[in-house]
Design a protein around this ligand. Structure first.
Ligand code: BGC
Ligand code: CA
Length: 198
C-alpha cells in the first residue's frame, strides 16, 4: 500500500517536473524570439534611414542633371522661362485646340508678361491663346496686349482670342471661337522639378 502510494507520488512528481520544464522551455523560446524581433526591428530602422539618405542624394543628383540639361521640355516643345510651349502644325477651333493641349498635359497659353508676349511674337504665327474673356486657369484678364481697336467683338460674335504673330506688333484680336486656327499650348517646365524646388 505504502509502495503504491510512493509510486503515485513519484508519477505526480515526474509530471510536475516535466510540465515545469516545458513551461521554462516555452518561456525561454518566447524571450529568444522577442530579442530576435527587436534586433530585426532596429536593423530595419537603420535600413530605412539609409534608404531615405540615398533617396535624398539621388533626388538632388536628378535635379542637378535636369538643371544642367537646361531645356527640360519634351521633344518638339520650346522652353521659355519656367514653361514649355508647343506650337501646333494644324488648325482647329478654339475648343478643339484647348482639348489638344489638355491631352498633352498642358493648356492653351496664358500670356502674363511682356517677355512672354515677346516670346510669342517671335513664333511668327497667328494662333489661339487661352483667353475667352478670362484665362483658361480662371484668372481674370488684367492687362492685355491688344491690337489697336481690339477687342471689338465684331457683330457680337467674337469670344476667343488669337495672337497675331504676323502683325507688326504681334498683338491680340478677338475672333469667333469656331475659326480654324493654329494654337499654342503651355505647361510648366518639368512639374516634377518645380515640385522639388518648391
Ligand atoms: C477685324 C477684327 C476681326 C476680324 C475677324 C478684322 O478685319 O479687324 O476685329 O476680329 O476681322 O475676321
Ligand atoms: Ca476682333
Amino acid at each position: 500500500m505504502a509502495f503504491g502510494l510512493l509510486c503515485v507520488l513519484q508519477v505526480a512528481l515526474n509530471v510536475y517536473l516535466r510540465i515545469n520544464c516545458m513551461e521554462d522551455n516555452i518561456q525561454h523560446n518566447v524571450t529568444g524570439h522577442k530579442q530576435l524581433l527587436q534586433t530585426n526591428d532596429s536593423i530595419l530602422e537603420k535600413e530605412i534611414e539609409l534608404l531615405k539618405a540615398s533617396n535624398n542624394i539621388l533626388t538632388k543628383e536628378r535635379d542637378q542633371l535636369l538643371r544642367a540639361k537646361g531645356n527640360s521640355c519634351p521633344e518638339k516643345w520650346m522652353s521659355f522661362g519656367s514653361s514649355c510651349y508647343y506650337k501646333s502644325s494644324i488648325k482647329a477651333t478654339w475648343s478643339d485646340s484647348r482639348q489638344d493641349c489638355r491631352e498633352r498635359g498642358a493648356d492653351l497659353i496664358i500670356i502674363n508678361t511682356k517677355e512672354e508676349q515677346d516670346f510669342v511674337r517671335n513664333l511668327h504665327t497667328r494662333a489661339w491663346i487661352g483667353l475667352d474673356w478670362k484665362w483658361v486657369d480662371e484668372t481674370p484678364l488684367i492687362n492685355g496686349f491688344w491690337k489697336y481697336g481690339e477687342p471689338n467683338e465684331n457683330n457680337d460674335a467674337e469670344n476667343c482670342v488669337e495672337v497675331d504673330g504676323h502683325a507688326s506688333n504681334s498683338e491680340w484680336n478677338d475672333i469667333p471661337c469656331d475659326f480654324l486656327w493654329y494654337w499654342i499650348c503651355e505647361k510648366p517646365i518639368n512639374p516634377e522639378l518645380l515640385k522639388h524646388q518648391a
